[in-house]
Design a protein around this ligand. Structure first.
Ligand SMILES: [Zn+2]
Length: 99
């Protein structure tokens, strides 16, 4: 991301204000960046999906341990499918080991 260009763009949209320092703009951008990352963190979710499913199967309250993952699964089809696939694989594995 070209931070410098963004700063220029943001500055040009506001009347020049002395308190609108680069530092303020950069903080503003950091907040945006974080919000974006939270909205679209499929990679993070994937990385923690195993753990999430295991906790759920152990009876740990997964929603309390990882509310963000639960929330993401509700809104993201791809991750939700991945989660369900993982869940069924683990459940089948368990059934096999019983027999
Ligand atoms: Zn996702």
């Amino acid at each position: 991301m070209k931070i410098r260009n963004l700063i220029q763009q943001i500055r040009s949209r506001f009347d020049p204000q002395p308190q609108m320092t680069d530092e303020v703009v950069v903080k503003f951008l950091n907040v945006l960046e974080q919000a974006r990352a939270e909205d679209c963190s499929c990679t993070d979710i994937y990385a923690r999906l195993d753990e999430f499913v295991e906790n759920e199967l152990k009876g740990v309250d997964a929603e309390k341990v990882a509310p963000l993952i639960r929330e993401h699964l509700d809104i993201c089809n791809e991750c939700c499918e991945e989660y369900e696939a993982l869940l069924s694989v683990i459940e089948h594995t368990k059934e096999d080991s019983k027999n």
